[in-house]
Structures are given as C-alpha cells and as structure tokens.
Design a protein around this ligand. Structure first.
Ligand code: NAD
Ligand code: DAU
Length: 340
C-alpha cells in the first residue's frame, strides 16, 4: 500500500512510520509535515534508511500541495497525525489549533474525495470526550471537549464523520489516551519532568497533582493504529487506551525514583485553566478487533527514562531557549476572566 502519514515528523507519527515500514515490507510511506516547533527531522532517521520512504515539508492546510502529493504518489491511504497538540499552548494561541486541527483535516478529506483514496484514518484523542469521574468513555459517548485543543480535535472528528455520512468516504477514527515514550517533545508531563529531573531543575506540578490520565506506551498505540488501518471497519471509531490510570503525583514520584532524585525538586504551581480532572477509556471494541497492549507501565516508563538519559543530544537543544518559562509566564500574566 502507498500511505501518506501527515505529521510524521512528530512524536507518535514518527513511531508510526517506523512501525508501518517494519511491518509491511512492500509498503511505501510518504510523510507530509510542516516541521513546526514539534516536528523534528531527527525523528525520521530510521525511516530515511529505507528506499520506500519519502519526506515532503509542507502544511496540511495547503490544498494544492496535498493534491499534488496524493496524485503524484498515487496515495491509497492517509493517516492524519498532523495537529497542534499541547493543551497549554492552546490556551495561549487557540487560532493555530483551529486552523490545523479542523481546517487541515478538512483539506485532507477533500483530497480523499477528489482522488478516491481508499482509507482515511484520523488520529484523535480521549480528550474529545472530556473528563470522567470513574469508569471509561465508550466510542458512542457524546463529545464534551473543554480546552481549545480538545475542541479543535473534536471539530476535526466531526468533519471526518460528516464526510462519511454525506459523501460516503472510507474514514475511520482512533482516539487514544496519553502516549509516552522516546522522542516526545519535552513540554509534555513525562518528558518535561524526566529532563528537568536529570538537570536537577524543578518539576512544576499543577494544582493538587491529583489529575489522572491513562498512559499508553507509544508503540502500543502505533500497533493499534496499524491494526485499525488494516482491519478496522469504515465509519467506525476505536478507542486505544491501556488501563494504566495514574495521578500526576504518582507519575512524578515514579520518575524521581527511577532517576534517584529527591522529592524537593517538586514545585507546586497554579493549576492549568479549565484543567480536566480524569481521562479514561473503555477499549472493549479494540480488544474485540484483536488488539492488546504489550507494554506494562513500569517497563514502558523505565524504557522512556532510559532513552532520555541516553539521548541528551536530542532534547537539550529543545530546552535551551527556555521557552517553557517564557510561555508559562505569559499565560499567567493574561489573567483568567471570572465568567465561570
Ligand atoms: P506532536 O506535537 O509531537 O507532533 C505533531 C506533528 O504535526 C509535528 O511533526 C508537526 O510539525 C506536525 N504539524 C503540525 N501542524 C501541521 C500542519 N499544519 N501541517 C503539517 N504538519 C503539521 O504530536 P503527537 O503527540 O505526536 O500527536 C500526534 C497526533 O496524535 C495528534 O493528532 C494528537 O492530537 C494525537 N494524540 C496525541 C496524544 C499524545 O498523548 N501525545 C494522545 C492522543 C492523541
Ligand atoms: O489525553 C490525550 C492527550 O494527552 C493528547 O490528546 C494531547 O495531545 C497530549 O498533550 C496530552 O494532553 P494532557 O494535557 O493530558 O498532557 P500533558 O502532558 O500536557 O499533561 C498531563 C498532565 O500533567 C495534566 O494533568 C497536566 C499535568 N502537567 C502538565 C505539565 C506540562 C503538570 O502538572 N505540569 C506540567 O508542567
């Protein structure tokens, strides 16, 4: 199959490219990526060794470029990872999120329609369901996103479902929980805390530290995505979770323990605005399709911490601009209105 992977220079997309090339020795993979701050050509080092791999730098909102790629490479399937993905950034600059996550998705759907692409797989998130106190969301549950990021992802999902309903396009959606693993940009909880702890810098824990996420090792998610691309039913949504719910405090202490660092590195900071309390997914539908996770959380976290210890050349340049301190100060400076 000839597969277009958008956002393939990012964290999950680049792992997916490796998985696809490895598991399908006759496939060709083209990556389209804008190389925003989150896209990193170094993430595709393994893929570049393959003659079956091509990279194009560009924006999924650029319809002419998308058309040229889909036609030129006779693309049979599109897997759309391209998105603005960080919740804190979405609170600061929501516009970029609406552009890429909604309009970008719609631009790709138009190409699917025009060139009769056989599969369109939208990579979505558990955040579109909103927060849940106990149990896990099912695919049929209503959408209740709460941040500009999750609202934009929900908008993308709704475009995908509308194109299925209206034009009969062969679309599928996966919604996964929080991914972790090598090559995740050090603004997200686990890589931020691991790299800060390595450098004996404070770990900024939001609020009471009791917000809860379900953590899935990135390779498990990518194997699930691949399974859905080949075996999922069109028009369907599949949740990809691991059943590893942990509070942020638990994650923080696990990281400190693995690195042998003291608890005094933890710094309590004001909460994220509109912070969702708990995410969790019901994954029975994926299990019925024949998918299981393979990475217990303890093993995945150990491998992740080890990777960051072994690859400072990958993450140090990303932290040297001190942008995190910059944007957190900005965000705090704006002041939240009291309408709520
Ligand atoms: P990431 O931020 O690491 O990578 C995003 C990639 O998309 C980058 O390479 C970036 O350059 C590219 N990109 C951004 N805007 C683009 C545009 N307009 N055109 C082309 N490329 C563009 O993100 P990630 O964590 O790997 O997430 C990938 C996908 O998975 C996203 O759709 C995200 O919503 C979804 N997701 C992520 C998680 C998670 O825990 N990280 C969980 C569930 C779902
Ligand atoms: O649930 C899936 C989603 O997971 C994806 O769709 C998003 O793209 C991805 O960014 C992630 O969103 P979260 O907001 O859950 O991830 P993040 O790593 O930003 O934060 C995880 C938790 O840790 C959250 O409760 C906020 C908290 N946190 C985060 C940061 C960056 C802190 O306490 N301190 C921090 O500095």
């Amino acid at each position: 199959m000839r597969v277009l992977v958008t956002g393939g220079a990012g964290f999950i997309g680049s792992h997916y490219v490796d998985v696809r090339l490895r598991r399908h020795p006759r496939d060709q993979v083209v990556v389209l990526d804008k190389l925003t701050y989150a896209g990193n050509p170094a993430n595709l080092a393994e893929a570049r060794k393959s003659p079956r791999f091509r990279f194009v730098k560009g924006d999924i909102c650029d319809a002419r470029l998308v058309d040229r790629i889909v036609r030129g490479h006779r693309i049979e399937a599109i897997v759309n990872f391209a998105a603005e993905t960080h919740v804190d950034r979405s609170i600061l600059t929501p516009e970029e999120f609406a552009k890429t996550d909604v309009l970008g998705t719609q631009t790709l759907l138009e190409a699917v329609r025009k060139f009769k692409v056989k599969r369109f797989l939208q990579i979505s998130t558990d955040e579109v369901y909103g927060s849940i106190e106990r149990g896990g969301f099912k695919e049929t549950d209503p959408l209740k996103p709460s941040s500009p990021y999750s609202a934009s992802k929900a908008g993308g999902d709704l475009q995908v479902l509308a194109y299925w309903h209206t034009y009969g396009l062969p679309v599928i959606i996966t919604r996964s929980s929080n991914n972790y693993g090598p090559r995740q940009y050090p603004e997200k909880l686990i890589p931020l805390f691991v790299t800060n702890a390595i450098e004996n810098q404070p770990l900024p824990l939001y609020g009471d530290g009791l917000n809860t996420r379900d953590w899935i090792y990135v390779e498990d998610n990518c194997l699930g995505v691949d399974h859905v691309l080949d075996h999922g039913r069109v028009g369907e949504i599949y949740n990809l979770g691991a059943g590893n719910t942990r509070t942020n405090r638990e994650i923080t202490f696990a990281i400190l323990k693995l690195l042998g660092k003291p608890a005094r590195l933890i710094q309590k900071v004001p909460d994220r605005w509109g912070h969702d309390r708990r995410y969790a997914l019901n994954t029975r539908k994926m299990q019925a399709l024949g998918w299981r996770t393979q990475w217990p959380f303890v093993r995945g976290l150990r491998a992740t911490v080890q990777w960051y210890q072994d690859h400072p050349e990958w993450w140090r340049p990303l932290k040297s601009g001190d942008y995190l301190k910059y944007y957190k100060k900005q965000y705090a400076g704006r002041g939240r209105q009291q309408g709520k």
